[in-house]
Design a protein around this ligand. Sequence first.
Ligand code: MG
Ligand code: CA
Length: 547
Amino acid sequence: MTTAAPPPPRHQDHVLYEVYVRGFHDGNGDGIGDLAGLTQKLGYIRDLGVGAIWILPHYPSPLRDDGYDISDFRGVHPDLGSLDDFARLLDRSHALGLRVFTDLVVNHTSADHPWFQSARLGPGRPHHDWYVWSPAPDRYRGVRVIFSDTETSNWTLDPACGLYYWHRFYSHQPDLNYENPEVRAEMLSVARFWWDLGVDGFRVDAAPYLFEREGTSCESLPETHAFLRELRRAADSYETPRVLLAEANQRPDDLLPYFGSGDEFHMALHFPLMNALFLAVRREDSRPVLDVLRNSPALPRDCQWAMFLRNHDELTLEMLPPEERAYMLEQYGASRGSRLNLGIRRRLWPLMLGGRRQIELLHGLILSLPGAAVLYYGDEIGMGDDATLGDRMGVRTPMQWTTGKNAGFSDADPSRLYAPVVTGPEYHYAGVNVEAQDQKPTSFLNWLRRTLKSHRRTAAFRGPGIWPVDTGNPRVLAFTREAERSVVLCVNNLARSVQPALLDLSAWRGRVPVDAMGGARFPPVGSERYLVTLGPHSFYWLRLEEG
Ligand code: MG
Ligand code: CA
């Protein structure tokens, strides 16, 4: 079933498209999106202009945490299809030039996993030592509780064996015991199982939490990094090396070690920069972004950030200082109903109150800042959310394809859908859908396709570095990117009003700025500061060409 992958990865050039398979397209009419349905829609994803898809957990699971609670690491959830369907998805994706990333959940299993069911029979029973036990809930005191809305402790008493087990997430997700070499060997074997099938990379879930040590935060421990480097060595053993993307919601200083010396992760999701972008646009101030860039150290060769705006979780604010977090909650989390843990459970468009220019600007930023951009399914057509659904389900509603039955997501009776289609007045699928946006040249979807095309054609975006440019105006963020002897100047107006910027382009005297989107040529850079005027929330990508 092994399939040939596209040419060697230039993972740093990719735009990834994050797909919630359950919500994307239903191939068998049972009301639940599946791998066959996704396979039918790969052409749409390819035509968007992205290089890879990342699918959320596809494993057998009781779905108490929407699939992040895995009960068999080598299978496919029957709702989503079979291993054969998975292989077909890989084949078709590779034929279209799309790479496939999946989620690898390394830290924990479902309590329903046969390992845990055996483990809880007591010490000495098979797999007992695959989990972390204690006779009393008094080890690793002071370690933060992540799902603070639902869990009060990282320990839960298992009535079957009378011992407490350790869990960093829900109490139905016991942590694996990474001290045990059998656990480490098994998880490496699970990784190889999917890589052998043709999976191109993993987004590694909850990477910081693998090992525990008394007297520490039990996060990002040296032992955890050592295991992750072992995972990387396994990834590198393939002729087409497999790519590792870290989910590590940590401060910038603590993120750098996840790249090791280029021998750990290839990419890491940049949570601090995501927070800074939302702050900057609301405060009309470039400084939060510049601060994060200043504190984002140079990465080892061939490593890169993954930039994103929204994803399948709440917009998490846990890494912000309390004062900025309060500001964000006040500005973006208007109603209490949209708060979750330390974040806001909204999709991008409702979060930005449908402000198209701001949304374009934010996309311009994640595409032009160094890193691979990650788009979340549905944001490209301006989908809304459903705040009446619990937990994070409100941002995981069915993809809206057409004005037809169930928005073209499924042929099933509407009462059988895994979640209702969005029918609120502002984001009703009758208006917000792929078909409608496809036909309309001015739609956001078509804007994004054109922008992704310009992005691909701008070689300078493939370089790792970024050089801030002084603008004389804190509301305007400007920087250059360089690669393969090409240079692009990016100028972004974070304000809702027209702004001037006097750019210090002394390093580029004589160059001619050329708009990367429309091709218009600007006057050459002279000896004075270079004046650019920008409309509300507008941004320019200007190639600096030799005169
Ligand atoms: Mg189905
Ligand atoms: Ca752990």
